[in-house]
Design a protein around this ligand. Structure first.
Ligand code: C2E
Ligand code: MG
Ligand code: MG
Length: 471
């Protein structure tokens, strides 16, 4: 049995969106949840009112409103904001237009007011589809505004028999107008708060880079013997007030504003400095460090010369540096990307494909780009024991990597059963919480000393094959 306190805490966390990063995103989800709840509530209230009046066609519309509201709630909680937004806006537009035409035919005593809700809806569309292409963001807003103009100008109503009596509608007009204007003001206020918060985050990020508030964490990558052959370098922000923040809180914003370029350069400089420091320590000199490279960073004309300047003719650094690209990155400007990758590969740098299987890269990309590693995405690994398609994807990716001469790393390995499945299907490199979470430098160093490196295995040929120990 779940205790009431636990249930209340779960509801609170769903509502505040504790699993969501940006402040703006949390607010957006809360508004979507609120809209879903309102749709269900309105559908119930109007459904009861119109079923008492025997207006079954309208009751049917209210039922559709309830179902859509439940759909919006479910989609929001399951992290499908785009589909939730599309369902929400399509339903609201239909309901507002339908109610305006059917219930709100203008008369001399009571003008129409329901169509006023299309104004806040247009503003909400600009906010909700902020990250979508321009045609969608402005398209939905434009549909709302056009319908608003048409309904405001037209006295047409197909079903006047459903109309409420004039005195009731006159009061209703006032209530609807005030409610629609209040919504408009609230949305404009949120829009402005959002803009201020983004600006603030922008300034905070710049200060953070100047004051070295960023830190690198290292998530060990292990071989079949449980030895650490390298690590993925993961960025963290030691925020003076909010504590240690994972990249989900700021990377997306950094990518949108272009801040990722100086930030990414800082990560590369730090990583190369670490490789250089380890180059004189036999216990660490063979460790490889994998750095995530964002789309904007790689597209930059200066990316290759700047990285070569950081490496500065030190083959040891280049040979132990791996750059992780994502599938979204490799599907555009392939010729230019191949040339950049080839130059770096000539200097000894290697490339891996991160989150493989979640994007749309084709086999041609895999064949033509100088990639040396595929990283199976965490989502497939986590479902590998329960979902047949994840099983098929994982085993296919392993075989594919092997036949293309690439190594394959499984990301997000959390249980021994998952690791066993991966081992049975030929995967020999692992990364995940089963072994270790991303660690600060000192803890990573201690972990490497505890687990050993492949070099250490070579020095001790009699060492027994052992499954990696759980940290
Ligand atoms: P990614 O490159 O796919 O990194 C792996 C993420 O999965 C990391 O999250 C890691 O902590 C998490 N992870 C690893 N093993 C497990 C596991 O067993 N279970 C679970 N639940 N999670 C696991 P993190 O550190 O929050 O990073 C998230 C993303 O942020 C990274 O995804 C990467 O795309 C991006 N990122 C991190 N550092 C940088 C950076 O320096 N530059 C750029 N451009 N992106 C970065
Ligand atoms: Mg990665
Ligand atoms: Mg990944």
């Amino acid at each position: 049995m779940i205790s009431p306190a636990k249930a209340a805490e779960s509801i609170r966390s769903l509502w505040i969106g504790a699993d969501l990063p940006l402040i703006g995103r949390r607010r957006e989800r809360r508004m979507r949840l609120l809209a879903g709840l309102l749709m269900v509530a309105m559908g119930c209230v109007w459904g009861i009112v119109f079923s008492l009046r025997g207006s079954w066609a309208i009751v049917l519309m209210d039922l559709a409103l309830i179902l859509s509201g439940l759909g919006v709630l479910a989609l929001s909680l399951k992290h499908h904001p785009r589909t939730a937004n599309l369902l929400l806006f399509a339903t609201l537009i239909l309901v507002i237009v339908g109610s305006t035409l059917v219930l709100d035919a203008p008369t001399a005593a009571a003008p129409r007011a329901t169509h006023l809700y299309l104004l806040p809806l247009a503003v909400a569309a600009v906010m909700a589809f902020r990250d979508e292409p321009l045609w969608l963001r402005h398209g939905v807003a434009l549909v709302c505004l056009t319908l608003f103009a048409c309904l405001a100008a037209s006295p047409w109503s197909p079903l006047r028999e459903y109309n409420l009596p004039d005195p009731l509608r006159t009061v209703g007009s006032w209530v609807q107008s005030l409610a629609a204007m209040a919504m408009l003001f609230m949305l404009l206020h949120i829009l402005q708060t959002d803009a201020v918060e983004r600006l603030q985050l922008d300034q905070e990020l710049r200060t953070a880079l100047q004051e070295e508030q960023f830190v690198l964490h290292y998530q060990p990558q292990l071989d079949i013997h449980g030895r650490v052959f390298g690590a993925e370098v993961l960025l963290r922000w030691q925020h003076p007030q909010r504590g240690l923040l994972p990249p989900g809180h700021f990377i997306e914003h950094a990518e949108k504003t272009g801040f990722i370029i100086p930030l990414g350069a800082w990560v590369l400089r730090k990583t190369c400095a670490q490789l250089q420091a380890w180059s004189i320590d036999p216990a660490f000199r063979e460790l490889q460090l994998a750095v995530n490279i964002s789309q904007n960073q790689m597209r930059q004309a200066a990316f290759v010369p700047e990285l070569l300047a950081i490496i500065d003719g030190q083959p040891h650094i280049a040979r132990h540096l791996e750059l992780e690209l994502t599938e979204t990155l490799i599907i555009r400007d392939v010729a230019e990307l191949t040339a950049k990758m080839a130059t770096l590969v000539e200097h000894g740098v290697r490339f891996s494909l991160d989150d493989f299987g979640t994007g749309f890269s084709s086999l041609a990309h895999l064949k033509n780009l100088p990639l040396s590693k595929l990283k199976i995405d965490r989502s497939f690994v986590s479902d590998v024991l329960t979902d047949d398609s994840s099983k098929a994807i994982v085993s296919t990716v392993i075989t594919l990597g092997q036949s293309l001469g690439m190594s394959v790393v499984a990301e997000g390995v959390e249980t021994q059963q998952q690791q066993r499945f991966l081992l049975e299907h030929g995967c020999t490199q692992f990364q995940g919480y089963l072994f270790s979470k991303p660690l600060p430098l000192e803890a990573f160093v201690a972990y490497v000393r505890q687990q050993g490196t492949p070099d250490a295995v070579a020095q001790q040929p009699s060492a027994e094959v052992e499954l990696p120990r759980q940290s």
